[in-house]
Design a protein around this ligand. Structure first.
Ligand code: IPE
Ligand code: IPE
Ligand code: MG
Length: 242
């Protein structure tokens, strides 16, 4: 019997390291970008079914601060895919009442993409059914570094007293200031690492790793991950599950 099946134990905030697109494509004799294209289909599907599974916040890792190390062809292809996704999905996000946010350093992204991101955030800002956060040019260490820089500036201008810096202060300076911490982080495609995702926020997240590549991660895979989560005891440092 699962230990925690009451509805309040379902994962409110699920974050996903959508890994394995490249290997999925290569294994089929396709170029890596084809895997990313198929991955976008899975994003669409996951966004659609997430609320029915009790998910209020869905955060997806789309491009890391380290992914610039890939070939120019792949990076440009991914950027084109992000632009196309925003243009194509904007109406769907409105129809399905999805609020979209982006986290990560936008300054390195091209102007056209940045403008599309800002428009989508603005257009969807009153939607409530699902909070979708897309991590784009995101790195946990980079996010903390940018936050520290702004905290130092606030101290320098006397807007902030160093003695008053708490964990909440730091959380407020992160890109995710408006979001709860993730309850569950899923990583697809067999790697057992975080790759710089939600470094601060994941302190007490549960991790589920699956062999399934992201382009094959359908609703039944999501359900399996959520069931694993429900069977975990979360203690947050206490001696018994809370
Ligand atoms: C994840 O899939 C998507 C991005 C990083 C953009 P990968 O492209 O990392 O796929 P693999 O890990 O090479 O198979
Ligand atoms: C993490 O996957 C980044 C995204 C899913 C966007 P990577 O494929 O880039 O991570 P590593 O290189 O395997 O650690
Ligand atoms: Mg990968």
């Amino acid at each position: 019997m699962p230990k925690n099946t009451s509805p309040q134990k379902s994962a409110r905030h699920v974050a996903v390291v959508m890994d394995g697109n490249g290997r999925w494509a290569t294994a089929r004799g396709l170029e890596r970008l084809k895997g990313h294209v198929r991955g976008v289909d899975r994003v669409r599907e996951t966004v659609k079914v997430a609320p029915a599974h009790g998910i209020e916040y869905l955060t997806i890792f789309a491009f890391s601060t380290e992914n610039w190390k890939r070939s120019a062809r792949e990076v440009l292809g991914l950027m084109a895919l992000f632009r196309r996704f925003i243009r194509k999905e904007s109406d769907t996000m409105m129809r399905d009442d999805v609020r979209v946010r982006f986290v990560g350093d936008r300054l390195r992204l091209d102007k056209k993409l940045r403008a599309l991101m800002e428009d989508l955030e603005d257009r969807t800002k009153n939607n409530r059914t699902l909070n979708l956060t897309v991590a784009l040019n995101y790195g946990g260490r980079d996010e903390i570094t940018r936050a520290v820089r702004r905290i130092a500036q606030a101290v320098q201008s006397s807007a902030l007293d160093p003695d008053n810096i708490s964990e909440d202060t730091i959380a407020d300076f992160l890109d995710t200031a408006d979001l709860p911490d993730p309850d569950l982080i899923i990583r697809t495609s067999g790697e057992h690492r975080t790759s710089n995702f939600l470094t601060w926020q994941a302190a007490y997240a549960e991790y589920v790793f699956t062999q399934t590549a992201w382009p094959d991660f359908c609703e039944s895979e999501l359900v399996k991950s959520l069931e694993q989560y429900q069977n975990r005891d979360r203690r947050f440092g206490a001696s018994e599950a809370v």
